[in-house]
Design a protein around this ligand. Sequence first.
Ligand SMILES: *Cc1c(COP(=O)(O)O)cnc(C)c1O
Length: 398
Amino acid sequence: MALWRSVGTGTLEGFSRVADLHASKLTVKLAKTLKPIPHHDTLTFGNTMSDHMLVADFEPRSGWSAPRIIPHGPLSIDVASSCVQYGTTVFEGMKAFIGPDGQPRLFRPDMNMARLARSAERMALPPFNTSQVLTLIKKLIEVDQRWIPAISGYSLYVRPTLLGTQMSLAVAASDHATLCVMLSPTGPYFRSAAKPISVIAVSETVRAWPGGTGGHKVALNYSPGFLPLRVAQKQGYQQILWLLGDDMKVTEAGAMNIFVVVRRDDGDFDLITPPLDGTILPGVTRDSILALGKAHTAGETTLPGLSRSTLLHTKEKTFTIPDLQRWYAEGKLVEAFGAGTAVIIASIGKIGYKGEDMVLPEHEGGLGPIAQAFRKRILDVQEGRESWNGWGVSFADL
Ligand SMILES: *Cc1c(COP(=O)(O)O)cnc(C)c1O
């Protein structure tokens, strides 16, 4: 029953006359003592939480509770809860920046809100009003604004999470849920930010498969990759290049979308990323790179550091390990990089497969010129130095 309630509607209509989430009902209980903010050099991704968090609960009879901002801390959750037993947990990852005007900013937050709603729907969790969630996120960030590092390349990572809190061991959808948003100051994702990462292509374990949940940001997609990641790291690689199928299709790198740059016979470049066929997470960064690449080639913008004659042909196209090996052998594989909110862009310097490494050209500063161009432009928009298509949203306009 609960499944059809949330499938395809995206509204609360399946739950008769229950309350939606309302930012106007927000209550704020501030922490008695505020934490010292660690020096930015000491920050490692996801290990420091700000002072406050946002919480709201859903119950099938009453709907969404009044949301509350409270000191960051443990929630009380029964061990028989759906999220504990069956992994009904979905999440988002976005970043808040301080603009040159001193105002906090978000990057394309509507895309994160829409994806959170799709993830919730896929897990048969109750729906919610996404614009109210965004308003609440804004209020939470304003309360903890001092946690946004005002240094380029640093930001406040925002982690909205929706938990299924139905207390039952029955294998069924959770009609109870808790929405929680936490904030974590962050710098470069990989400690050696200037250095390209190494990946090892793995086909024995798969991250996602046709008909699975790879296209959604659901917690269940990640933990099964921890053991293979540990094995990869023992072999001396930092991340896994996830393959799929007997033809060894390249899907994603770690928890990042992957791009490769292939030099063409006419001297232009193909910028290739796998298509959104349900096995690939529809990344906001991925979408932004594709759009900026197209705009550069159409002459609508010039990406920093690239000449007008460097033309990028963006392709959402399946490619395989044998394709990579062929491009590599022909000297056409000029760049490879992972893309995601946490890293923005991580250059890939080495791709291992069956005991052999494809080693990509080294560049000063770690990133190849095309990866660097995207990284710089995206950061410029995120941090408010440039505007593009309304992607950077200042709190003054939210
Ligand atoms: C979150 C995520 C990405 C990147 O998405 P962004 O919206 O760019 O942050 C890519 N792949 C996976 C598996 C992810 O979970």
